[in-house]
Design a protein around this ligand. Structure first.
Ligand code: PAF
Length: 257
């Protein structure tokens, strides 16, 4: 099992030992409810570093809807088993007070791309996400941090933040892991009813197969999805949809491979 720690002081002491022994650190931030997508990030980190730090923290400041925060699955025992199998050395599971000692007085704001795509539908989400990732990168002080491409807009914003604030940690993007029917793996999939789960793969197939964003939107709406957006930009098609209470995001490359 990974060593379970709850405080920044505990990690700093461990990190000093690893550094003194010349061991590099790969860091994977998560909100828990771990699945194969997270396991692929842990394995990517473990392939490049002898020490893998994972954080499990359901960050309250990146939820724009209170019920989404409350309903977010919390599954620490199962998460520890998955982390163990995927090579995580240390699991950092802080409290809200540990992460926000001065509340939300300080934060990271991006004023352009964070207001588009998901940002246009989830006010405050990316400021909360960038703020917690900035805190976590400072705490981890790792050589590299690993993020999934399912949250592609998140990945681009984190890369931009790294450049803007001269952060030393390398940011590594890892490919989306999908279910056999094409649905991108997500902690939120667990909240789909069986009827919604049966419909959900049509989200990915519409993004891949529809010739235009208008046709993708029409296809999704006809199938019963509520569409937040489907947009093509920089060689990718981005989408976000709602099925019942659950919001799903996905993106696909438009380049012919
Ligand atoms: O992608 C996530 O799970 C979260 O946005 C992250 C990066 C762990 C920050 O809370």
């Amino acid at each position: 099992m990974p060593k379970l720690i709850h405080t920044i002081a505990e990690w700093r002491a461990l990190r000093a030992e690893h550094r003194a022994a010349g061991r590099t650190i790969g860091f994977v931030p998560t909100m828990g409810a771990l699945h194969e997508g997270h396991a692929s990030l842990f394995r990517a980190a473990a392939g490049e570093h002898p020490v893998v730090l994972a954080s499990v923290f359901v960050n309250p400041t990146q939820f724009d809807e209170q019920h989404d925060f409350e309903k977010y699955p919390r599954t620490l025992a199962a998460d520890c088993a998955l982390m163990d199998a995927a090579g995580v050395t240390v699991a950092f599971v802080p409290s809200v007070d540990e992460m926000y000692p001065n509340g939300t007085r300080y934060g990271v704001v991006e004023t352009e791309f964070s207001r588009e795509l998901c940002g246009a539908h989830r006010p405050g989400h990316f400021a909360g996400m960038l703020t917690v990732v900035m805190k976590l990168l400072q705490i981890a002080d790792a050589e590299a941090a690993y993020f999934g491409e399912k949250d592609y807009q998140q990945l681009l914003l984190i890369r931009g933040m790294r450049e803007a604030f001269f952060l030393p940690t390398r940011i590594v993007g890892c490919p989306i892991i999908r279910e056999p029917d094409g649905l991108a793996m997500s902690s939120r999939n667990a909240r789909l009813s069986s009827a919604e789960r049966a419909l959900a793969p049509q989200f990915h197939s519409a993004l891949v197969a529809a010739p235009t964003v208008e046709q993708a939107r029409a296809r999704l709406e006809a199938a019963g999805f509520r569409v937040d957006y489907v947009e093509d930009r920089d060689g990718r098609r981005f989408g976000a949809v709602r099925l019942g209470q659950t919001r799903l995001i996905d993106n696909v490359s438009l380049r012919v491979e």
